[in-house]
Design a protein around this ligand. Sequence first.
Ligand code: GUN
Length: 294
Amino acid sequence: MTAKLIDGTAIAEQVRDDVAKDVSARIEKGLSRPGLATVLVGENPASQVYVRMKQKACEKAGIRSFGHVVPADISQADLEKLVAELNANPEVNGILVQLPLPKGLDEERVLSTISIEKDVDGFHPINIGRLAQKGRKPLFVPCTPDGVIYLLGQVGVELEGCNAVVLGRSNIVGMPVALLLVERNATVTICHSRTRDLADVCRSADVLVAAVGRPEMVRGDWVKPGAVVIDVGVNRVDDPSKEKGYKLVGDVAFDEVKEVASHLTPVPGGVGPMTIAMLLRNTVRAAQHADAKL
Ligand code: GUN
């Protein structure tokens, strides 16, 4: 079997077009232009790239972008003060504090300071807490996990009753994606570094989500024939044949798994583009939420 590739770039573009239309419709109705504030702490090169991409995507969709760059040695109090100012600014509908934060800053306290109504990343403990509880609805769902579920929806896979295996338990991807799958009535197994017989557990999956950050860890014989495989990993590996000296690979051994799975996301061009698309969608939702309060 050769898996169908799930084209995250094209699917994300469609979502971004829809967001741009929603923004135009708001402006035509005389409603405010949605705004996203990004907070970049320090000079982590990967974070700089991600934040720049988010800002550019905002511009393209007609969303205002307010970029804040602060030094890595900012005090906890000053960072929380900045977030509090953004909470109070009516032009800012969404607040994104890029993670990871430099050492010495308390991430949980910073994320708790963001107003839950502006928490477009869905990382505020109340939003995550609601996601983890039956019958409760978070105002926002974390963007990468939301993108994974969106892609599964596009494939048309029946999540109800399926065996879903999530490889990785990070706060940003693994844990929230597992919670979203439970909410859709999948039977979910979360695997991590202490899981026994990892390959066997993965082989039981109808839907396998790999989010461990280990290059090409999931091999062809870890996958049940016909399974849907979503690769969230983005890993740099040396490749002297490339101009940059490296290439990007996922957590899945692509060439092997594409012979076994029914559907597979490529890296790059799979889950990655969905994160930004979902962030833009959340920002417009935050603006709608603010309208409803006027
Ligand atoms: N770092 C890696 N992914 C994300 C994300 O989705 N949001 C934020 N704020 N930081 C991240």
